[in-house]
Write a protein that binds this ligand. Sequence first.
Ligand code: MN
Length: 722
Amino acid sequence: MMRQYELVERVRAYDPRADEGKLDRAYVYAMKMHGSQKRASGDPYFSHPIEVAGILTALKLDGDSIVTALLHDTVEDTDATLADIEQLFGPEIARLVDGVTKLTRIELQSDQSKQAENFRKLVLAMSEDIRVLLVKLADRLHNMRTLHFVKSEDKRRRIALETLEIYAPLAERIGIHTWKDELQDLAFRELHPEARESIVTRLAFLREQGEPLVGRIIKELQEKLLANGVTAVEVSGREKSPYSIWEKMKRKNVSFEQLSDIMAFRVLVGSIEQCYQALGVVHAQYPTVPGRFKDYISVPKPNGYRSLHTGVIGPERQRIEMQIRTQSMHETAELGVAAHWDYKQHTGDQQTEGRKYRWIRELLDILDNAAGPEEFLEHTKLEMYQDQVFCFTPKGDLISLPRGATPIDFAYAVHSEVGDRCVGAKLNGRLVPLRAALKNGDQVEIVTSKSQTPSPTWEEFVVTGKAKACIRRFIRHQKRHEFMALGRTIVEKAFRHDGVPFTEKAMDQAPRLFKLEKVEDLYAQVGEGLLTGQQIVHAVFPETRRTKPEVVGDANVVPIARARGKVKKDHGYAVPIRGLIPGMAMHFAKCCHPLPGDRIVGIVTTGKGVTIHTIDCEVLEQFQETPERWLDVAWNEPGDEVERHVGRLSVIISNEPGSLGNLTTTIGKNRGNINNLKITNRSQDFFDILVDVEVEDVKHLTNIIAALRASPMINSVDRARG
Ligand code: MN
């Protein structure tokens, strides 16, 4: 076990400004708090945090990271509280220790390897400070190094599996390949000891046989590169790890025989230009293996990895894999983000001291000043999941969703039926609106009802493809349903108008006449405006064509004269719009905002169903020439349910204090709900405003208009048209 002074000396060696007193106090505090606790190995527990701190000194991490490593298990495993840590070591250390503790807690919760990818993302999303993640990974590395002391085989396997699925990929993602390799190998040793053993044995055998061959390959590569002007070359052959060989064998379902399966050659050069130059030399000298070339220099991996990869039939006719990179790319490849901590000495530079931990300081600055964690994460380029949120079901299953996802997205992610029947949601036990944005770690409970159906308005705020698709599928289905109902009513009225019987028998033959299969298809086409009711009547009863020559166009046509004149509406022909959901087969015109009580007319629009206008809407002029598209429609009989409709007001108010407040208060007092408000023009004295108000019917709106007109601050009020 590392002694106190050894640890402090190690840190001071690369960071002379580290707070020695704080390191000492953390060392003593961890020792005191863990007291007589023991590890499975029989060692005193506090040897663990000290080893973890030691692992981190190899990455030359700053003093605060080392202090955090020493304290990382005190809150979870001893009587120490976060408040104690803050009091003794300050808020920064407390924040870091808290971060590590939180990661430990989700680790204890999770026993779901099938959700490994989600847990990896959750760990990343919760490691708001990269140092939290580094301490956690070092913690896992030490636990893996001492895994064989754990007595329970189940527990050993669980920890090894978790390491393989969560922590090794995380180490890789932030580019620390040395940790990734060791974590994988330790887990491999636990999970598949025989497989590992046989690979290690085989490797030893091949190494003996292949040693001179590897040397000859390196020598030839070096010579060819130098002869072609690539200087400062370092060529090395590196054995792949047993685990990566095993993975490859599993993936390709083969045994390893060739050198290319076990060796990777690496060329280190002085500059990016030389990387490409070296690549050119290699490709010119040896036949390339198709599909092996990757340029991670011009397009680096998300974790910052940069290198050229290629495969050739190289010296001695051996198929070999090569990586070509610069020294600094190599450092990043080995140490990942931690490479940036490296103390880069500039001799004679007075500012060196200040630059030492520039990268950490920049990170912390970003963290302190960033508008949000997104900006921080973007800067650290960790490919963290700032674009995702992770939420739990009440049973503890983890659901991953895009950022901005709502409870409806969550419901559809659980099951499409849960989505379809969703009426409400509880976040962490509290009811929230269905459009609320979910946050990391939220527990989401969906309230469902059998009578609920998806609302077309949901489509405006859901973000997942699945939710969108389900809602659209429902709308499509519902639309067809409504087109059919509307079409049937139109056909029925057309039959009645022409005085012929509308019977099942009469309709039986109709689909055939239009080359359709089912009568439902026929109704849907009429509802959708692709066929008219009169076309159906004429097809089924050809004699109606002759006997009613005076009828022009569709039987449901509302002659404009009658519609606009004083002629009383014949409700016998009017199609009730009851039961139709606005936005499906029936739409309210945006130009005139019809309200219950208004006299209305429908315009059948091909492929869309019917659009409802007020009878005096200017837009209707456009349809003068196409009377067959006019449909006499009627409001529902007033029922128990009061539906709200949007009416639009055009208002001019005085430009003076309180006038806008006066407008909104008056509308509110009259039970009108303002839906939207837009200032269309402003001058010295007046504001022109368009107000959309939800009301029950036209009478309700008229009352509001009257109330507004009574206000002295309001200059004029009218229903907006067109
Ligand atoms: Mn630990």
